[in-house]
Design a protein around this ligand. Structure first.
Ligand SMILES: [Zn+2]
Length: 82
């Protein structure tokens, strides 16, 4: 689960989704791929592992990955006509 200590918002993610998004990297580095949707900041985020207990199955809210979008960013450089 990832918590923003600034907004006090926690989202729970499924490890499989994180692997899909980030590849097989360590959890600390997964966090660098996230920023808070509330405040847009990264450095308030904390990640904790949560091992669900039996009663949480079917109840605990999680955030699932539905789509990975790749954004195309143009890079411009000034030059002279030649
Ligand atoms: Zn936040």
């Amino acid at each position: 689960m990832i918590t923003c200590n600034f907004c006090r918002v926690t989202h729970r993610y499924i490890p499989d989704d994180l692997v899909k998004l980030c590849g097989d990297i360590t959890l600390d580095r997964v966090l660098t791929r996230f920023k808070c949707e509330g405040c847009g900041k990264k450095h308030y985020l904390r990640m904790e592992l949560h091992f669900p207990n039996g009663s949480e199955y079917g109840h605990l809210k999680v955030r699932r990955l539905t789509e990975i979008r790749t954004v195309t960013i143009p890079i411009w450089a000034d030059d002279v006509l030649h």
